[in-house]
Design a protein around this ligand. Structure first.
Ligand code: CTP
Length: 393
C-alpha cells in the first residue's frame, strides 16, 4: 500500500501530537520509510525517543546541532510526501507567511515534494478568520489539507478542530498514492458559485452559494492528474494556482464560457447555482426610489446543463447537481433525464449538514440508469472524492 514510499512526518506543538506515535506505527506497518521532524516545543508534548524508536530513524529538531548545520534541503528532497500532523495554529500561520524560524519550517519551505497537513486546534482558534485565511493561503500554495474532525477538544469543548484520526490520515495517504493519476490526460470543467443578474449598476439578484463544493471537486480532479478549468461566479475563497479560472458574473456569461470550454473537455461537472431568471432590461443608471412599487420583469436564462447534455459526444461525461427541498428523488431523476446528464448529485436542503456556506454535505448520486448511490454526511473534500470515484468507476 505504502510500500517503499518515503514519508517525512512533521509534528508541531499540539495536544494531538500524542497521536503521531500511532501514525508512525501505522505508516511503518503499511511499508513506508518514515523520518520525523519536530518543532522544538513539540518536545513538551511527545518524546523524540518514542518517535525515533517507532520510525527507526533519528528525529530532527534543530537546524544547528553542536555547531553542525543540519541539511534541511536534502530531507525535503528525500521525501515522496511531507505530512505535517498535527499542524498547530502557530505553525500554520508561519507556513502561510513564509516564516522560517525552526528546522520543520525550513524543510517545509524548501520541500520539493507535495505537502499535506492535518490541522489540530481548539474550536474558536479554528473558526477565527485569520486561521481560515491562513488555511486558504497554504492551500493556494498547492498544499493539501486533511479536514479536522468534529468532537471533544482538549479544552473540553465539543466542535470542529480535532486532528483527523491517524487511521484516516493513513487512508488519505493510501488514496493519494493509489489513485494519484487516474484523471491524467483528461480535461475537466467545473462550474461553481452563484451568478449575479444585474438590476442596475449597483444592484443584482443572486443566491447564497459559496462555491465550496466546486472548489473541492476542482482540487480533487487536480490531485488526480486532470487539467482543470473552473468557471465561477463571484466567490471569495482562494483557489489553487494550478487550476485555470474563468471568472464570470451572469448566467449568460457562464453559459458562453461553458460552451466554449466544453468543446475539448472530457468531463463537465456543473455545481454552480445558476440563476434561472435574469432581469430582462437592467437599467443603465441607478434606479431611484419613488412612491410607486417597482416591478422587475424577469426572463429565463439558458440552461447550461441541458445544453451540454445535448452537445455531448459519446466520450464526454456531464454531471449535474440538484438542490431540492421536496420530492427530492423524483425531482433529481427528472433533472437527470430532462437534461440528458450522465450523473446527478442530489443535495436535499432538509438534511442536516447540508446548506450554503457549510463545510459538510450529504449527497445521493444517481447514474444514467437511475441507480442510486447514497452517502453519509461528510466534509466537502470527502464528498468530492465520492463524486469523482463514482464517475470514474
Ligand atoms: N443549471 C444550469 N443552468 C441553469 C440552471 C441550472 O446549468 N440555467 C444546472 C446547475 O448547475 C445544476 C443543475 O442544472 O447542475 C440543476 O440546477 P437546479 O437549480 O437544481 O435546477 P433547475 O434546472 O434550475 O430547476 P429548479 O430550479 O426548478 O429546481
Amino acid at each position: 500500500m505504502l510500500k517503499g514510499k518515503k514519508i517525512l512526518l512533521g509534528i508541531t506543538a499540539s495536544i494531538a501530537a500524542y497521536k503521531s506515535a500511532v501514525l508512525v506505527r501505522l505508516l511503518k506497518k503499511a511499508g513506508a520509510d518514515v523520518k520525523v521532524i519536530m518543532t522544538p516545543s513539540t518536545r513538551d508534548f511527545i518524546a523524540p525517543l518514542t518517535l525515533s524508536t517507532l520510525s527507526k530513524n533519528p528525529v530532527h529538531i534543530d537546524l544547528f546541532d553542536n555547531d553542525t548545520w543540519a541539511n534541511h534541503v536534502m530531507l525535503g528532497r528525500w521525501a515522496d510526501l511531507m505530512v505535517i500532523a498535527p499542524l498547530s495554529c502557530n505553525s500554520l500561520s508561519k507556513m502561510a507567511n513564509g516564516i522560517c524560524d525552526n528546522m520543520l519550517l525550513a524543510v517545509y519551505l524548501s520541500a520539493t515534494c507535495p505537502v499535506v497537513v492535518a490541522p489540530a486546534m481548539d474550536e474558536d482558534m479554528w473558526c477565527h478568520p485569520s486561521t481560515q485565511n491562513n488555511l486558504n493561503k497554504i492551500q493556494s500554495y498547492g498544499n493539501f489539507i486533511i479536514p479536522v474532525d468534529n468532537g471533544e477538544l482538549a479544552s473540553g469543548l465539543v466542535g470542529p478542530g480535532r486532528m483527523a484520526e491517524p487511521e484516516n490520515i493513513l487512508k488519505w495517504l493510501e488514496c493519494y498514492f493509489n489513485k494519484s493519476q487516474d484523471l491524467k490526460g483528461k480535461k475537466v470543467i467545473i462550474t461553481a458559485g452563484p451568478t449575479q443578474e444585474s438590476i442596475d449598476p449597483v444592484r443584482f439578484i443572486s443566491n447564497h452559494s459559496s462555491g465550496k463544493m466546486g472548489i473541492a471537486l476542482a482540487e480533487e480532479c487536480l490531485k488526480r492528474g486532470a487539467e482543470v478549468t473552473m468557471i465561477c461566479g463571484p466567490i471569495s475563497s482562494v483557489i489553487d494556482k494550478k487550476i485555470k479560472i474563468i471568472k464570470i458574473k451572469s448566467a449568460a456569461e457562464m453559459f458562453d464560457s461553458c460552451i466554449q470550454e466544453f468543446k475539448n473537455a472530457d468531463i463537465a461537472i456543473l455545481s454552480a447555482a445558476v440563476a434561472d431568471y435574469t432581469v430582462e432590461s437592467p437599467s443603465i443608471k441607478k434606479i431611484k426610489k419613488s412612491e410607486q412599487e417597482l416591478v422587475l420583469k424577469l426572463s429565463k436564462t439558458k440552461d447550461i446543463l441541458k445544453r451540454l447534455g445535448e452537445m455531448k459526444s459519446s466520450n464526454q461525461l456531464v454531471v449535474g447537481f440538484a438542490l431540492e427541498t421536496d420530492h427530492e428523488k423524483e425531482n433529481a431523476l427528472l433533472k437527470l433525464k430532462s437534461k440528458n446528464a450522465d450523473f446527478i448529485v442530489l443535495n436535499s436542503l432538509n438534511e442536516e449538514g447540508v446548506g450554503f456556506g457549510l463545510d459538510t454535505n450529504k449527497i445521493t448520486i444517481f447514474d444514467k440508469t437511475g441507480k442510486e448511490y447514497p452517502f453519509n454526511t461528510k466534509s466537502k473534500n470527502e464528498v468530492a472524492v465520492d463524486i469523482i470515484n463514482t464517475i470514474i468507476n
